[in-house]
Design a binder for this molecule. Structure first.
Ligand SMILES: Cc1cc2nc3c(=O)[nH]c(=O)nc-3n(C[C@H](O)[C@H](O)[C@H](O)COP(=O)(O)OP(=O)(O)OC[C@H]3O[C@@H](n4cnc5c(N)ncnc54)[C@H](O)[C@@H]3O)c2cc1C
Length: 339
């Protein structure tokens, strides 16, 4: 396995930032990962593990070694009564994997169509969209600890999933590598979620019944119409998390802003739409130079071409300051800031 020296990471991050890595290792098998772990120039000087680069803002050139997850493979592990268990390697492209499961007639992931990134990263922030999250169908995963190369298996319950959160974003952040993920998917009597966002409307518009393929197609069509394509406009999807506030704050906000949608949580708190708060703070479609918040989706920070990481961060920080000043709510970044 050969490392690229002084490699541009532009093709590997969805903001399209032309930052460089002192050494870039393309790990195309689990064997490469073990070689990397043993290499004093590799893991010995490890700085960053890179998946599809669609949930990170790399603030500058990276000293040391960057390891890119690039091992692939998928297989049917088990066929049961009304379900299957399938496994995919961490480096499988998420969208390709999801479409493959839909084409096989296996249900569970269809609402998560067209989310950028790799399979191995999906559990980390429990990716979710249109009323479905990774945790709803994840069966188990294999994980290797950097410190000693030991491999452990985690069940769904052991992953400690939460909203855009898991054990791997918390206690085990940067402690190891997810190697492969198994999903338990339905092979009949599928649970079809269409009530969230405009999925039902899109199906009606197309005159199609709800099914695995029609939902996947509807979701892809909605996403294409709403979200900028990173290949054309650098972005990382939702830049901030939707904030959760306590019941008293929720009641105050409801009185002052009757248009603010609130999503009650089981613990009595309420989740708010960060995009709405950003829009009300005057940031929808607003730019500072080459960086700004998207005109159709205020939650998406966009590189309009040639923006530096500093320019993108300046916009993000100003948005946080303005939302805090107007609503007394601190927005938290969903995207990983690599400094
Ligand atoms: C246009 C757009 C739309 C998006 N829409 C959504 C959405 O609807 N819902 C949603 O939840 N997200 C969304 N995202 C965010 C993003 O797609 C997900 O977070 C995705 O899982 C990131 O995968 P990645 O492989 O690109 O991760 P990366 O950005 O490469 O990595 C993210 C973090 O995970 C770590 N990491 C990567 N691989 C591994 C591994 N195998 N083991 C351990 N750690 C690892 C990295 O070091 C980094 O800290 C969107 C992004 C874009 C650009």
């Amino acid at each position: 396995m050969v490392a690229e020296q002084n490699a541009s990471l532009k093709p590997y991050n969805s903001f399209g930032l032309d930052v460089r890595a002192e050494r870039l290792y393309h790990l195309e098998s689990e064997m490469h990962l073990l070689e990397y772990l043993d290499d004093p120039e590799g893991y010995g000087q490890h700085s960053l593990l890179l998946g599809g680069g669609s949930n990170m803002l790399i603030a500058g050139d990276i000293k040391g070694s960057v390891a890119r997850v690039a091992w692939t493979g998928r297989r049917l592990v088990e066929e049961g009564d009304g379900f299957v268990i399938v496994e995919a390697a961490a480096g499988e492209n998420w969208q390709d994997f999801v479409q493959w499961t839909v084409d096989q007639g296996w249900g569970g992931l269809q609402n998560l169509s067209l989310i950028p990134g790799l399979v191995g990263t999906a559990p980390i922030q429990n990716i979710g969209a249109y009323g479905v999250e990774t945790k709803d169908s994840l069966h188990s995963l294999r994980w290797m600890r950097w410190a000693d190369g030991e491999i452990e298996e985690f069940s769904n319950a052991q992953c400690e999933f939460g909203y855009r959160d898991s054990l791997f974003k918390g206690r085990l952040k940067d402690q190891g590598v997810i190697l492969s993920v198994q999903f338990r998917l339905s092979s009949r009597d599928h649970t079809l979620v269409t009530h969230y966002g405009s999925v039902a409307e899109e199906l009606a518009l197309r005159g199609t019944e709800a099914g695995l393929r029609s939902i996947a197609d509807a979701v892809m069509s909605i996403r294409r119409s709403k979200l900028p394509n990173p290949a054309e406009l650098g972005n990382s999807g939702s830049f901030f998390k939707n904030p959760t506030v306590d019941a008293q704050k929720a009641a105050e906000l409801a009185q002052e802003y009757p248009n603010l949608a609130q999503y009650p949580q089981a613990d009595g708190r309420a989740k708010l739409a960060a995009g709405w708060l950003i829009e009300q703070s005057g940031w929808k479609g607003r730019r500072l130079g080459n960086a700004g918040m998207h005109a159709k989706q205020a939650l998406v920070l966009v590189n309009y071409g040639g923006a530096s990481a500093a320019e993108l961060l300046a916009v993000a920080r100003q948005v946080q300051a303005d939302v805090l000043a107007k609503f007394q709510i601190a927005l938290e970044m969903e995207v990983n800031l690599i400094e």
